[in-house]
Design a protein around this ligand. Structure first.
Ligand SMILES: [Zn+2]
Length: 202
């Protein structure tokens, strides 16, 4: 499994491509994602799903651009149902960043998800948004805007809830694997490092 990051958009959202045997998952897509499109096309990667960690437009506002750029009309676009409304209505774009509406085709919920040879564990981690999720693959965690290097996502946006976020962080803290964490912004980290040094986790 190979993981590449294509930081995209005005506030550098991390957009990840997870590759295995010519197939890939795309995790979050911000607008102006031409580098991501070029990578997928020039490597002939088969995109099996676009997984969204949440419905903010710096994470899903480039989905339609990616689908056009790579001919992905039939590829599933997955998000938790509680963030579907956010994705589909650019009026909710609090950040005034460039984006398009995004139209999810599948809803994910807590549990396992098998797509195109990838086994994914989904944790529902509300707080930053009601439908925020964390995706686990092998020993890797894609934490979206729930957990960052030495920090956590803001909860002062519409529908954010700090108490929910605290509960979600406790759920993450109880995981038994020292996951390598790929967050929605900023640098990678590990669960162990966050448990030791992140003031919101210890
Ligand atoms: Zn966000």
């Amino acid at each position: 499994m190979k993981i590449l990051n294509f930081p995209t958009g005005r506030i550098n959202s991390n957009c990840y491509v997870v590759e295995k045997e010519g197939k890939c998952l795309v995790i979050d897509v911000a607008y102006h994602c031409q580098k991501l499109i070029d990578h997928i096309n020039s490597n002939n990667l088969q995109v099996v799903a676009i997984l969204l960690t949440h419905g903010h437009f710096d994470h899903c506002g480039g989905v339609e651009e990616l689908k056009r750029g790579c001919n992905l009309a039939d590829v599933p676009v997955c998000v938790h149902k509680d963030d579907a409304e956010l994705c589909q209505d650019a009026q909710h774009n609090w950040f005034r960043i460039t984006c398009e509406n995004c139209y999810p085709t599948h809803f994910v919920e807590e549990g396992t998800l098998q797509i195109g040879g990838f086994d994914i564990q989904v944790l529902h981690t509300p707080g930053h948004t009601p439908g925020s999720v964390v995706y686990l693959l092998d020993d890797v965690m894609f934490s979206g805007d729930t957990l960052f290097y030495m920090s956590v996502g803001r909860t002062d946006f519409p529908k954010g809830d700090f108490n929910q976020l605290k509960n979600s962080l406790q759920k993450i803290a109880k995981l038994q694997t020292n996951y390598k964490i790929y967050p929605g912004h900023s640098q990678c980290t590990t669960l162990q490092a966050e448990l030791q040094h992140n003031p919101y986790l210890n």
